[in-house]
Ligand binder design. Structure first.
Ligand SMILES: CCCCCCCCCCCC[C@H](C)C(=O)SCCNC(=O)CCNC(=O)[C@H](O)C(C)(C)COP(=O)(O)OP(=O)(O)OC[C@H]1O[C@@H](n2cnc3c(N)ncnc32)[C@H](O)[C@@H]1OP(=O)(O)O
Length: 408
């Protein structure tokens, strides 16, 4: 625990070594204290974004749970509190009084039932930003219904547009609602509320609905209907794998290339790279001929390996790239040059926080993820609790500490 605590500590003033100089900077969210109630996927991502950019994020876990399902715990500390006890609720209220943000991922009404609703917490701390991250939002007839990414995406309308010609709708992993429309959107809300608080001095409630977040991410699809971009059924439009010049193709070694040659100048380069004769092909925008063109491209791409095609298209401005696997991605030259992927102390690879801020970039913590209750004592002391208070709460089972578990 000593080791983890030491390596986890990131001073607000981060130090980064460059080839010739040492840069000192304060991360953008340094000084911001966040209480994140442990959730499944979207809220942990939101908390990780805040942590990557310098906030002190404390994850509140349940007691009597062996392992955390939070795989996005980078830089967070864990406090285990039994919120089914009055003392646990009182403790959380005290933590929220001294914090800037509370992030809650439960079904509508759960926090109110616990006596931890926004009314109570904002009364005690009017500067608190109370971020709620749910599937359907805090109102409407679905507000209390259970759901997951695929359901939220379905209700947003977007899922109906995703999938190939003649096939059923297909959810692209759980990326759109959980993460783009959920965690990322909520983090934007929090940053906006923090910014606004510098003027008003007041906190506010953020109601993040993953349905609305996903729909908002899909604004382009909604608003480009007026130019006819989505007039055809699913999988038969320009950007949904209907067009042969905006699709993936298998190579002779079973890998894939991604083709995004929309504009005529890039399309010409695509044809050149494929060594096809433009005069013998149907016109690029002849929609009726798209299936035929797709067949021709499929056959061409199947004639060489991914590496061969990459060599050809790396030299041509045709918007053609290899579809990299997770194993290939960090050794790809471009990603390597920008150090786009990082490794933590256990050797686990993951994407570097984005975007890159020129003066105050994120400095992700490289220590391994916290175990449940690992920082209970450390955090409570930081919030002003005495050792006697903490011992009493540990003995009563209001809180748990991983160090205590280890001794038993
Ligand atoms: C075989 C299974 C393996 C599982 C492996 C896991 C691998 C990870 C997989 C990730 C998949 C991600 C998927 C695709 C997703 O889409 S995640 C997004 C899910 N949706 C949301 O987050 C939307 C908002 N949340 C919700 O709608 C609901 O929380 C939920 C996700 C449907 C889950 O519903 P449910 O389990 O009934 O929980 P809730 O109604 O929220 O109530 C939570 C209860 O827990 C309690 N609780 C909380 N913290 C504590 C604590 N520290 N101590 C004691 N108790 C605690 C709350 O008080 C509440 O209790 P109660 O009101 O039910 O009595």
């Amino acid at each position: 625990m000593q080791r983890a605590a030491a390596s986890r500590e990131r001073k607000p003033l981060a130090q980064v070594s460059c080839p010739r100089k040492v840069i000192l900077f304060i991360m953008a969210l340094a000084g911001v204290r966040v209480i994140e109630l442990a959730g499944l996927a979207p809220a942990p991502f939101c908390g990780m974004i805040l942590s990557d950019f310098g906030a002190k994020v404390i994850r509140v876990d349940r007691t009597k749970v062996a392992t955390a399902v939070d795989t996005q715990a980078r830089g967070k500390r864990s406090v285990a509190i039994n919120l089914k006890s009055t003392e646990g609720v009182a403790l959380l209220r005290k933590l929220c009084v001294q914090s800037d943000v509370v992030l809650e991922p439960y079904r509508k009404g759960v926090m109110e039932k616990l006596g931890l609703g926004p009314k109570e917490l904002l009364k005690e701390n009017p500067r608190l930003i109370y971020a709620r991250l749910t599937g359907y939002g805090q109102s409407g007839s679905y507000a209390t219904a259970a759901g997951h990414d695929i359901n939220y995406l379905a209700i947003s309308g977007l899922l109906s547009r995703l999938g190939r010609r003649g096939e059923k709708p297909f959810a692209p992993l759980n990326l759109l609602a959980d993460f783009a429309g959920g965690g990322l959107t909520c983090s934007l809300g929090i940053v906006l509320a923090l910014l606004e608080r510098t003027k008003s001095g007041k906190g506010q409630i953020i109601d993040t609905s993953m349905v609305e977040g996903a729909a908002y991410v899909g604004s382009f699809v909604w608003k480009s209907r007026r130019i006819g971009l989505w007039d055809n059924p699913r999988g038969q439009n320009l950007l949904d794998s209907g067009a042969p010049f905006y699709d993936t193709y298998q190579t002779s070694d079973g890998k894939y290339m991604a083709v995004g040659a929309i504009e005529p100048q890039f399309y010409r380069q695509l044809i050149k790279g494929l060594e096809l004769d433009a005069g013998e092909l149907p016109d690029q925008m002849s929609v009726n001929d798209w299936p035929e063109l797709q067949q021709i491209f499929t056959e061409r791409f199947a004639s060489k390996t991914q590496a061969d095609w990459s060599k050809i298209f790396d030299r041509i401005d045709a918007c053609v790239t290899p579809v990299l696997s997770f194993d290939q991605v960090s050794s790809h030259q471009h990603n390597q040059e920008r150090a786009s992927f990082i490794k933590d102390s256990s050797g686990e690879e993951s994407p570097r926080p984005a975007p890159v801020l020129s003066r105050t970039p994120a400095e992700p913590c490289l220590a391994s993820d916290p175990v449940i209750g690992e920082h209970t004592v450390e955090v409570l002391k930081e919030f002003g609790f005495t050792s006697a208070d903490i011992d009493q709460m540990l003995a009563a089972g209001v809180v748990e500490c991983s160090a205590v578990k280890a001794k038993l």
